[in-house]
Design a protein around this ligand. Structure first.
Ligand SMILES: C[S@@+](CC[C@H](N)C(=O)[O-])C[C@H]1O[C@@H](n2cnc3c(N)ncnc32)[C@H](O)[C@@H]1O
Length: 252
């Protein structure tokens, strides 16, 4: 099967489902003199789209999204919201999710349990440089800062809104954490002793390649939730049930 990015696959699926649903209304009319309502056609389109999504083996959360998409559009139309509401919602989403379409890494936040799990992995006394690749709202470095006063902590974030919020939080907390608005792919990971990432399975092969090429020998690469196939981790820390709570660490 063709390997399109999942966003493009979804566009193809939605259009294909519209095309497949289009003859349904005249067919029902001719065969049974039945006039299908718009919401019924939207549900039929959603069902076809969900089936196509399963056939294309998209991740498990896509079929329900496909099923609900057109019905949700119809519902929103019925609410007769002013056009600027859609524009504002779109802009807000762009500012938070930015290039998720390309990176396939959405914003979702790790929690305290994961942050606590990082503590024993970090150097107790000697100074070190730590970076969170894709730092979101800055939760990870903010949590570590008071616990590792000898550490120099960084975050890099590609999406403008989370980056701006983390800068704002740093200002309000008088924090020394440095937040950059940069794609981590443009950084040199040799500048850091500990590189932490909580990204997505799609990002891991490229990031592992970058880490292997750039990170200094003896430095530490930690991934929350997402393993890499290329090398067994040196340490696996299971913090709680569920994949979101496993830390994988590699000594480079
Ligand atoms: C799953 S969130 C993790 C947020 C934060 N590290 C945490 O643990 O709460 C991943 C973040 O990485 C950002 N991101 C994705 N690709 C990136 C890239 N190439 N460079 C910098 N940030 C990126 C996304 O915008 C998103 O905010």
């Amino acid at each position: 099967m063709m390997r399109l990015p999942v966003g493009l696959q979804s566009l193809v699926i939605q259009f294909a489902a519209v095309l497949l649903t289009a003859p349904l209304s005249p067919l029902l009319h001719i065969l049974f003199s039945y006039q299908a309502a718009l919401w019924q056609l939207a549900l039929a389109q959603g069902t076809i789209a969900a089936l196509l999504s399963m056939l294309w083996r998209q991740p498990a959360w896509w079929p329900p999204l496909h099923f609900g998409f057109l019905p949700a559009v119809l519902l929103a139309r019925q609410m007769s919201l002013p056009a600027w509401v859609y524009l504002a919602a779109f802009l807000l989403l762009v500012l938070f999710y930015w290039s998720t379409f390309r990176t396939r890494v959405p914003l979702y936040l790790s929690d305290r349990k994961a942050w606590q799990g990082l503590i024993p992995l970090l150097p107790e006394t000697q100074s070190f440089r730590f970076i969170d690749l894709g730092s979101g709202l800055g939760g990870v470095p903010f949590y570590l800062e008071p616990r590792f006063p000898q550490g120099r902590l960084y975050g890099t974030e590609i999406a403008p809104a989370p980056w701006f919020i983390s800068r704002l939080r740093a200002g309000l907390k008088r924090s020394r954490v440095t937040f950059m608005r940069r794609d981590y792919a443009t950084l040199d990971l040799a500048d850091f002793d500990v590189v932490f990432a909580f990204l997505s399975p799609a990002a891991m092969p490229g990031l592992w390649q970058q880490a292997q090429t750039q990170m200094r020998s003896g430095s530490l690469f930690i991934s929350l939730s997402f393993d890499v196939n290329a090398r067994q981790p040196d340490q696996v820390v299971k913090l709680a049930e569920g994949a979101r709570h496993t830390l994988y660490a590699w000594r480079m």
